[in-house]
Write a protein that binds this ligand. Structure first.
Ligand code: ZN
Length: 314
């Protein structure tokens, strides 16, 4: 019998990742392209379609069957329609992206929010495999999130919710990218970590990123230690809230900083233990994501296998 594959597309603000994924989650082919932002909405849709066609040719060369395509897209997505809110991609409002790509490529195409797709990947193939209830966070410039409740990806009514980066943890606090103030993201993102480090540090080097601060933390540099402690405190504050609401089996933390080392999860978990209600948290484990920057592609594929073939990916 011919093997089945799904095509995954992960659309970011600057780059587009495309991959071919087998049912066991293995990535058999993958490439990244810079988004042709200058070509506008129609040009970007065409670029995505061309990537799907290129990936499909690889599957056909292997004699495989394509079950469909999954696309992870920033912002709000309802039933394969991009509603809007992708701040880093102008246009893309009320766009029937799933239908357009399907007409253009001939393959059934499912579209969901990019963080939902990453959470789906970690749930089916990664750190939360086998769990029925998870909270997933991706910590980077902002904080994205996904929820799995009782074995289903949950996005709220018409998929408008689970903006886990935008729970308000400090009334009237720091301005957030969403237009509000005091959001979890404004305190616990890597951008917030860098901002706080810059406040503490007088002789700033020109370029600072999360990695630089983690290195300083290992060297016991005062500003880095203090900035990381602030980051851990706020991560734990948000996560304790999620645990009290959802009592998940796992809270999975993704994004580059989650790969900093075992200490990262350990420091947050120790603080969460002080903050969350014991009954809600006793079954919850914190874990680093395991799929890295391929989680979105694998999640896109998992969604295709689950929705279009009716099979539970293994
Ligand atoms: Zn916000």
């Amino acid at each position: 019998m011919n093997k089945q594959f799904a095509i995954g597309i992960d659309v970011g603000g600057t780059a587009l990742k495309c991959g071919v994924v087998a049912e066991d989650g293995s990535l058999v082919y993958c490439f990244t392209e810079a988004i042709k932002r200058e070509s506008g909405e129609a040009g970007i849709v065409e670029q995505i379609a061309e990537c799907i066609t290129k990936a499909a040719a690889v599957v056909q060369d292997k004699g495989g069957i394509i079950c469909g395509t999954g696309v992870g897209f920033p912002g709000i997505v309802e039933e394969d329609v991009v509603i809007g809110g992708a701040d880093n991609l102008p246009g893309f409002e009320q766009l029937h992206l799933g239908r357009l790509l399907q007409e253009r490529t001939g393959y059934r195409t499912l579209v969901d929010n990019d963080a939902n797709m990453m959470g789906m990947g970690e749930w089916i193939y990664g750190a939360a495999k086998g769990c029925s209830d998870i909270v997933f966070l991706t910590v980077g410039t902002g904080i994205g999130g996904a929820l799995v409740i009782n074995n289903q990806l949950y996005g709220g009514y018409r998929n408008r919710g689970t903006e886990l980066g935008h729970i308000i943890i400090r009334q009237g606090g720091i301005a957030c990218s969403c237009g509000s103030r005091g959001c979890f993201e404004a305190y616990a993102s890597v951008a917030a970590l860098i901002g706080h480090y810059q406040l503490l540090k007088q002789d700033m080097p020109d370029t600072v990123d999360g990695r630089h601060i983690v290195e300083g933390y290992f060297l016991q540099e005062d500003a880095a230690v203090a900035a990381m402690a602030y980051h851990f405190d706020y991560m734990a504050t948000g996560i304790a809230g999620y645990i009290n609401i959802f009592s998940p089996q796992k809270v999975v933390i993704g994004g580059g900083i989650s790969e900093a080392g075992d200490f990262y999860i350990r420091e947050i978990a120790a603080r969460v233990a002080q903050l969350a209600m014991p009954a809600a948290s006793q079954q919850t484990a914190l874990a680093a994501a395991t799929l890295g920057n391929k989680a979105g592609l694998q999640g896109c594929a998992a969604k295709v296998f689950q929705s279009l073939t009716g099979s539970t990916p293994q």
